[in-house]
Design a protein around this ligand. Structure first.
Ligand SMILES: *[C@@H]1O[C@H](CO)[C@@H](O)[C@H](O)[C@H]1NC(C)=O
Ligand SMILES: *[C@@H]1O[C@H](CO)[C@@H](O)[C@H](O)[C@H]1NC(C)=O
Length: 314
């Protein structure tokens, strides 16, 4: 019934159809049921996200999106216009209002991104746009209270490329603004596993950035294979990085401007868009921060599991 009235709502308010559903052939997934529960369980959010039933729900939604991106043949296709409602943890990080990176909602006050996205900016210059499929309008803007770069981030190699942003005020969850569970500590990531990467980065190498959110399905790649790619072998740190993409051309890939954004598999956040060489060049897979790596996982959880200030009124 809920779904019916939601659809009827869209039919009647024709003006909002465009912003709600986006351009033609926009991929949509509905997270409204989970959003309601997440809002109710805000006080113990990480425990809520880690519940078996909740993980199942996220997995079902993920499969839903994957099917829409890959079609019945499961063949990898390039990026597609995707509603924020299909990847509601996706945010756009701005430096002095200019969009610089992607990020992911991990709790009601914490956004996870790449360390290299936070090196130059002061927290006061940063802001976050949430809940919009459009890069430069819609949704809500949030100010940033603090930003942190992983203490073991190495700028030369981009090892441990993780950064955290703390928002000034807690988020109100909705079907377009939702947290996502991080992959379990020390969990193994199999090769050739489907994953979804999203962002507003460049649509092709040297091309313009996307104005409407894009997502693409890609496959994780065995480290051995990744090291045989055109990427410099010694620049890949298997402990804190993994590769995804394929050797076929042109393969879907993350590109400039997607940095810091999410790569999700089986309904869990497995990585952060970190680096690559060019974009979607067949012989250079994308490289992602491995979130299950203890050095990264423990650092993130050290921050996001702390209780909010007692003087914060919700
Ligand atoms: C994707 O969205 C853009 C921006 O609105 C639009 O110009 C383009 O036609 C859309 N592409 C598809 C395949 O629907
Ligand atoms: C999630 O639950 C598992 C047990 O099912 C537990 O081992 C793990 O520590 C939990 N993770 C978090 C982040 O709470």
């Amino acid at each position: 019934m809920k779904v019916v009235s939601f659809l009827l709502g869209i039919t009647f308010f024709t003006v909002s159809v465009y912003t709600e559903a986006g351009p033609p052939q926009t991929v949509v997934v509905d997270y409204s049921e989970i959003a309601h529960q997440a809002e109710v369980n805000k006080k113990n959010l990480l425990e809520f996200l880690n519940r078996t039933q909740v993980k199942e729900l996220y997995k079902i939604k993920y499969k839903n999106l994957l099917d829409k991106l890959t079609g019945s043949t499961r063949r990898i296709v390039s990026g597609r216009n995707t509603s924020i409602a299909a990847v509601p943890w996706q945010v756009s990080i701005r430096e002095k209002t200019y969009p610089v990176c992607g990020g992911s909602v991990v709790t009601d006050t914490w956004i996870l991104t790449a360390a290299h996205c936070l090196l130059r900016a002061q927290a006061v210059d940063l802001s976050v746009r949430l809940g919009s499929s459009w890069k430069s309008h819609g949704g809500e803007m949030y100010d940033v209270k603090e930003s942190y770069v992983h203490p073991r981030y190495v700028s030369g190699s981009k090892a441990n490329d993780a950064g955290l942003i703390r928002l000034y005020s807690p988020l109100r969850f909705s079907p377009r603004v939702l947290p996502i569970l991080l992959a379990a500590r020390e969990s193994r990531l199999p090769a050739d596993q489907m994953a979804i990467v999203s962002g507003w980065g460049k649509l092709n190498e040297g091309g313009p950035g996307a104005t409407f959110l894009q997502s693409a399905s890609i496959k994780t790649m065995a480290m051995k294979l990744c090291r045989q790619s055109g990427l410099e072998r010694k620049s890949i740190d298997p402990a804190s990085m993994f590769c995804a993409g394929s050797f076929t051309q042109p393969s879907p890939d993350a590109c400039q401007g997607d940095s810091g954004g999410p790569i999700v598999s089986e309904g869990e956040l497995i990585g952060v868009v970190s680096w690559g060489l060019g974009c979607a060049r067949g012989n250079f897979p994308g490289v992602y921060t491995r979130l299950s790596h203890t050095v990264i996982w423990d650092w993130i959880h050290g921050y996001i599991t702390t209780k909010p200030d007692t003087n914060v009124t919700l």
